[in-house]
Design a protein around this ligand. Structure first.
Ligand SMILES: CC(C)(COP(=O)(O)OP(=O)(O)OC[C@H]1O[C@@H](n2cnc3c(N)ncnc32)[C@H](O)[C@@H]1OP(=O)(O)O)[C@@H](O)C(=O)NCCC(=O)NCCS
Length: 122
């Protein structure tokens, strides 16, 4: 863990700031935040390479981001949409759990009858 460096990324996307965890020129993980209107900050997109999970990399990235927020954004409200693996750390850090959000999906279908869905040349 001690040879893992955390590097801050100043992206060119408006309000988006990130950090990557690097070891021997390999990126092992990243974390981002987005500064929004009305003194709000969204924490987003935490990811650690599967082979390096449960070694404290997310915690290290998270703490670096949190120190940056505390030093630069006093009075802002921070929020996040947490997945099951990131929720425990957010709760540990004093975040209050809101409503549960469930992912849903469906395919957009072609509304035309089957015979009209493709060009028939004969
Ligand atoms: C979530 C993720 C970033 C955690 O990375 P990690 O480096 O393995 O996490 P850490 O080892 O630093 O763990 C820090 C804390 O996060 C929580 N945590 C991490 N992995 C967890 C898991 N599989 N289940 C439950 N809690 C987990 C724990 O509270 C842990 O603290 P502990 O070690 O004292 O129990 C990683 O599993 C990942 O990239 N998952 C896929 C993407 C994802 O779910 N991102 C989060 C939402 S954007």
């Amino acid at each position: 863990m001690s040879d893992i460096k955390i590097i801050k990324l100043d992206t060119h996307a408006q309000g988006l700031i990130g950090w990557i965890a690097v070891q021997n020129d390999h990126t092992l993980g990243h974390i981002f935040m987005s500064v929004e209107l009305e003194m709000k900050i969204k924490f987003l997109d935490a990811w650690v390479h599967e082979e390096h999970r449960r070694k404290g990399i997310f915690r290290k990235l998270w703490n670096t981001r949190w120190t940056f927020v505390q030093e630069n954004y006093k009075g802002y409200k921070v929020y996040a949409w947490a997945l099951p693996k990131s929720l425990p750390l957010l709760l540990e850090k004093g975040f209050v759990e809101g409503d549960t959000c469930v992912y849903v999906e469906r395919q957009v279908e072609d509304l035309r009858p089957p015979g009209e869905q493709c060009f028939v040349s004969c």
